[in-house]
Design a protein around this ligand. Structure first.
Ligand SMILES: NC(=O)C1=CN([C@@H]2O[C@H](COP(=O)(O)OP(=O)(O)OC[C@H]3O[C@@H](n4cnc5c(N)ncnc54)[C@H](OP(=O)(O)O)[C@@H]3O)[C@@H](O)[C@H]2O)C=CC1
Ligand SMILES: N[C@@H](C=O)C(=O)O
Length: 268
């Protein structure tokens, strides 16, 4: 019997690369995408050598319509797809009105347009085979609107809502859907935003998770039939606290926090 196949976007680093490593260890074949060709090639070589699996890479900048279309064309040729991990993403913290709209819009293109386009291509194949799993990498920020992250928070909230719609619809086709909502993870995410993540020992211990832990929790959670996956006790605590807090109080806290961030390049 041939191995199962997973498509992972944003597989050139961080969480996406870690998902690739975990699935490779379990014998999955992989279809990996991202912009950084050299990184993807080195991940491909490593995983093939170590696990004897098939790894296909397709470099694509999800902001470029032609590259997204080429990616979709490649995906459409795949015989079977057992898992899709929509993970590509990036963050920003800025005054929405000071950055150009084109720059802001890039986040919607990667987090929403590209993710939805790939889902639209992949799900019919899964439905046909009555089998599949989809992980949409959202964030705890989906539940925590913040003034310096208009499109980050709202695009991640879109992914939660989309995942819930899909979950309700696709259960009957034996397709599991997960919205993965982590807090802080030790990846290149923050340094790529140009932020220095100064943290105390306690913050490090309490708030920051390792990619490996997040990925293990996410993959285990797939069999639970629950759509929202909040990895880690503290993140769950924050999630429930935000839900219970009166909105007006939450807004005050979020505004104070954003004023602090405005005057500093440090976070966490
Ligand atoms: N780190 C954290 O604290 C948290 C992260 N997340 C989410 O996790 C996901 C993964 O981020 P993480 O691993 O932390 O960060 P990384 O920066 O390590 O990974 C981001 C990935 O997204 C890809 N990507 C970004 N922009 C594009 C683009 N235009 N076209 C194609 N690929 C793109 C990058 O590939 P390349 O540059 O090669 O194109 C890279 O592989 C993101 O969706 C993020 O929002 C959620 C909660 C917390
Ligand atoms: N929690 C992170 C992203 O989702 C962040 O904003 O630092």
């Amino acid at each position: 019997m041939s191995a199962q196949l997973a498509i992972i976007t944003g597989a050139s680093s961080g969480l996406g690369q870690t998902f690739a490593q975990h699935l490779a260890q379990q014998g999955w074949d992989l279809f990996l995408t991202g912009r950084r060709t050299k990184r993807l090639q080195s991940i491909q070589t490593q995983l093939k050598q170590k696990h004897g699996i098939q790894v296909h890479i397709q470099c694509a900048n999800l902001l470029k319509a032609k590259e997204l279309q080429d990616l979709i064309d490649k995906i459409s040729q795949l015989q079977r797809i057992d898992m899709l991990i929509n993970n590509a993403g990036f963050g920003n913290r800025n005054d929405f009105y000071k950055a150009s709209y084109n720059e802001q819009n890039q986040m919607l293109q990667v987090h929403i347009t590209a993710a939805a386009r790939i889902i639209h291509e992949v799900v019919p194949k899964m439905k046909h085979r009555k089998k599949g799993a989809i992980i949409n990498v959202s964030s705890l920020c989906a539940y925590m609107p913040a003034p310096l992250s208009y499109f980050y928070c709202s695009s991640k909230a879109f992914l939660v809502s989309l995942s819930e719609c899909m979950h309700i619809d696709l259960q009957k086709h034996n397709i599991s859907v997960q919205a993965l909502c982590p807090g802080f993870i030790e990846t290149e995410f923050h340094s790529r935003m140009g932020l220095i993540t100064a943290r105390s020992w306690l913050e490090q211990k309490l708030l920051w998770m390792k990619e490996n832990d997040v990925v293990s929790i996410s993959l285990r959670h797939l069999s639970s039939n629950k759509v929202i996956c909040i990895p880690g006790f503290i993140n769950k605590f924050i999630y429930h606290s935000v839900l219970f807090l009166p909105k007006c109080l939450y807004y005050k806290i979020s505004a104070i926090q954003s004023n602090k961030l405005k005057t500093s390049h440090l976070i966490a």
